[in-house]
Write a protein that binds this ligand. Structure first.
Ligand code: DSN
Length: 425
């Protein structure tokens, strides 16, 4: 193949991907779509620039416009999250977590985090960023019935272990974590309280989940592309949580600790997304939660075992379904079959699954933040539940369902809750 043919092929795959994504129902709980405005920022000349360091105190020349954007971005984020500071430099959620662990702890310190099998993120684990920092990682006691951290046992654990840091938040996250109950206990033993808001940052921005900084968290780390509908990236948001030296140490951990140059085009995209969320975030987050509840109810009516019935199924963007009764390979069977039908979501371990079931876990994790952003509401959630039933319960040919998904999906071509298109009707 000539290099020109490589070019043609690569550009062709990108086009195919974009066309395909617009013809499918994307329900990966950790993804979203950016508005045309934000997409423009990411495809801008900011991608060709080095900055390093703080606005107006850079290690590189030529940053006069970049600096203005970053300062506006910091202003928008601190307003949105009512924080004292926001650092837009981390290039991913994991990068933000890495910086937080290096900035707040020393090797050998103890941490309490949510286990991945209970929905925690890999970067919190011994084999992830926390382990790379050399932390002694302990995991929160988990109440399967409540689908949440067990507060009484956790309180005891904090007092016994006296950790240096406790971490809330995770990837399977239907209900708010008990921050206001446990943060005071963590403070008693001198621990930092970190909240990984990667999944729920947009819900927090819209005032529809919990408010970690008001509930006792010192620092929020997050990615910027899930319910917060920005470009891929990370952010660290905090109040003045300690002495100037402690804050300086965190800032040092971000730069030059875990990154040199941040991605300036993504930084600009994050800044613009924060403006979108200040304008439309409340409406967006409200509709996400309404849609998640509507989808959960519709799936339960169609005969699925949806987690959390006695608690209203979910308070976030996530709906969790146990499909272990439907097939021996459970989620490992259901997720690829749904992909054939144009419905894209993840298989997921449920808290009671043994780790060996990682390829055939009991659960499906379904996120409604993207379908909400393209303008879908409660009625469309019922339609999506019917598509899922046709594939997984009625065992219809997924290719037949895919055709109907295609015709359904093509009505949703705009990215709402944005300055480009405003609110959906
Ligand atoms: N693990 C990813 C997810 O929740 O999908 C995020 O890093």
């Amino acid at each position: 193949m000539s290099y020109a043919e490589y070019r043609k092929k690569i550009l062709g795959f990108i086009e195919d991907h974009e066309k395909w994504r617009k013809s499918t129902i994307n329900m990966i709980a950790s993804e979203n779509v950016t508005s045309p405005t934000v997409t423009r920022a990411v495809a801008s000349g900011f991608m060709h620039k080095y900055a390093e360091g703080w606005p107006r105190a850079r290690y590189y020349q030529g940053c006069k416009y970049v600096d203005e954007v970053e300062l506006l971005g910091v202003e928008l984020f601190t307003k949105l999250f009512k924080s004292d500071f926001a650092d837009l430099r981390p290039i991913s959620g994991t990068n933000a977590n890495q910086a937080a662990f290096f900035g707040l702890t020393n090797a050998g310190d103890k941490a309490i985090v949510l286990h991945t099998s209970h929905g925690g993120h890999i970067s919190h684990m011994p084999f992830g960023a926390a382990g790379m920092r050399g932390l002694e990682v302990h995991t929160w006691p988990f109440d399967n019935e409540e689908f949440n951290i067990d507060v009484d046992k956790a309180e005891k654990m904090i007092r016994e272990l006296e950790p240096k840091i406790v971490v809330f938040g995770g990837s399977l996250f239907p209900f708010p974590h008990p921050v206001k109950e446990l943060a005071p206990v963590a403070k008693e033993v001198g621990a930092y309280v970190m909240y990984d808001a990667a999944h729920v940052l947009g819900l927090i921005a819209g005032g529809q989940f919990q408010d970690p900084l008001r509930e006792g968290a010192d620092i929020i780390t997050a990615s910027t592309h899930k319910t917060f509908p920005g470009p891929q990236g990370g952010v660290i948001i905090y109040k003045r949580f300690g002495e100037t030296e402690e804050i300086a140490r965190l800032q040092w951990a971000i730069f030059p600790g875990v990154l040199s140059n941040h991605h300036l085009h993504h930084m600009a995209g994050k800044a613009l997304t924060a403006a979108e969320m200040l304008e439309y975030g409340e409406a967006y987050a409200k509709q996400i939660v309404k849609n998640a509840k509507a989808l959960a109810e519709a799936l339960a009516e169609e005969g699925f075992k949806v987690i959390g019935e006695d608690k209203g199924y979910t308070e976030s963007h996530q709906v969790i379904v146990d499909v272990s009764d439907l097939h021996e390979a459970a989620g490992g069977w259901a997720a690829p079959l749904l992909e054939e039908a144009g419905i894209i979501l993840n298989k997921n371990l449920l808290p009671w699954d043994p780790l060996e079931k990682v390829e055939k876990p009991s659960g499906l994790r379904i996120g409604v933040q993207e379908v909400t952003r393209v303008g879908m509401k409660e009625d469309e959630m019922k339609e999506i539940a019917r598509f899922i039933k046709r594939v997984l319960i009625d065992r219809e040919d997924p290719k037949k369902v895919e055709k109907d998904v295609f015709y359904f999906r093509r009505n949703y071509t705009r990215v709402y809750y944005s300055f480009d298109y405003g609110l959906p009707e």
